[in-house]
Design a protein around this ligand. Structure first.
Ligand code: PLP
Length: 362
């Protein structure tokens, strides 16, 4: 049996069918229907923000936030992220200025942000990489000094808390992805969490053609979440605790067995973080070729690990004109590997992966 790097969690079939039954009665399938509103409320009750706007996916949510804050010019961001973060900036007509990341937790390095700020800079868009939360105090101080907006790509950080407080209120807004492969999903989906009422109202308009009245359009685009997506979210939310608990068991089993292995380093998480165990990243010592050999060896034995994030988003040809050197991020992209991790991953399967990793290093 193959072990994939990830596998979507599904609620019991009957439960989802029951959840969507009322849609056949109401015939209301999208456009802010009952399930949509229920999901907003359910998510809000598990958050520390006043407003949550739902979107068809996390990427559209991020683009919509960039538009809602009317960002202009250039944005300081990280190249060690999923392509979506950079795409959103470029798609909105802004220039990404790539800042290097920290060696220990892979998030943007605040000590390198200030030197990149110019007259043109309007925001910092940073990613909570693998669920590790950015150095938000330092980022906040810089943003305040230069009057910049801060948007977090929190696609990996759903349900996480720092010092017992949810991470959603850090910065001006947080984007969360509800893609099938994430800790919590709505098949595809995403959200913007914010305390800014005006921005939330704008986001609703942006997600629905900017239709302010029947004959007034004030924004372009369409990115609403539909009722079937929201219904999946309502079901999955009931299992969130189990999902995270199971991920944690698998995560800890990996760590127990791998932590003494000298050929790799396990990603560090800060102590005061209540985690969601979204990924199992390891840093493979011995350079890019060693990592490639390990991936090939795992694959030959039925285990799909993932080069995530590789390449750096600044290395994609379509973003060539924005390239800047970011040595730490480059090193990480050449050495980090994500091992399989998902809610249904059995401890026996973790053992199988670990045995292969140990066998590889001899
Ligand atoms: C998944 C992901 C996204 C995009 O989310 P979608 O819901 O797939 O559009 C953005 N940023 C990061 C870091 C992600 O992992």
């Amino acid at each position: 049996m193959k072990i994939n790097v990830t596998k979507p969690y599904l609620p019991p079939y009957e439960e989802y069918i029951y959840e969507i039954k009322s849609l056949w009665d109401s015939c209301w399938l999208t456009n802010f229907g009952e399930k949509h509103e229920l999901l907003v409320e359910a998510l809000r009750s598990k958050s520390n923000v006043k407003y949550i706007n739902l979107f068809t996916n996390g990427h559209q949510a991020l683009e919509s936030a960039i538009k809602a804050f009317s960002l202009k010019g250039s944005v300081i961001t990280t190249p060690f992220t999923f392509v979506s973060t950079t795409s959103a900036i470029v798609n909105c007509g802004l220039k990404p200025i790539f800042c290097d990341v920290k060696e220990d937790d892979y998030t943007i390095d605040p000590s390198k942000i200030e030197q990149l700020i110019t007259e043109d800079t309007s925001a910092i868009i940073a990613t909570h990489v693998y669920g590790n939360i950015c150095d938000h105090d330092k980022i906040h101080a810089i943003a305040k000094k230069y009057d910049l907006k801060v948007i977090y790509d929190a696609a990996h950080a759903f349900n996480e808390k720092v010092d017992d407080k949810y991470i959603y209120d850090l910065g001006d807004a947080s984007m969360v992805s509800f893609h099938a492969t994430k800790v919590f999903h709505t098949i595809e989906g995403g959200a913007i969490y914010t305390n800014n009422k005006e921005v939330s109202e704008k986001l609703k308009l942006i997600s629905s053609f900017g239709l302010q009245g029947e004959d007034v359009i004030i924004h372009s685009g369409n990115s609403k979440m539909n009722e079937f997506q929201a219904a999946m979210g309502l079901c999955n939310l009931r299992y969130l605790k189990n999902v995270i608990e199971n991920r944690k068991l698998a995560y800890n089993h990996y760590s127990n067995r791998l932590s003494s292995l000298e050929e790799i380093t396990i990603n560090k998480y800060c102590e005061n973080l209540e985690r969601n165990y979204s990924y199992y990243p390891i840093f493979v010592k011995g350079g890019a070729s060693k990592r490639e050999e390990l991936v090939a060896f795992l694959k030959k034995n039925g285990v799909n690990a993932r080069l995530y994030f590789y390449p750096l988003t600044s290395k994609f040809t379509i973003f060539e004109e924005y390239y800047r050197e970011t040595p730490t991020a480059l090193k990480l992209s050449e050495n980090v590997l994500c091992l399989p991790l998902y809610a249904d991953l059995s401890l026996e399967d973790v053992d199988r992966v670990v045995d292969l990793v140990i066998e590889f290093f001899g």
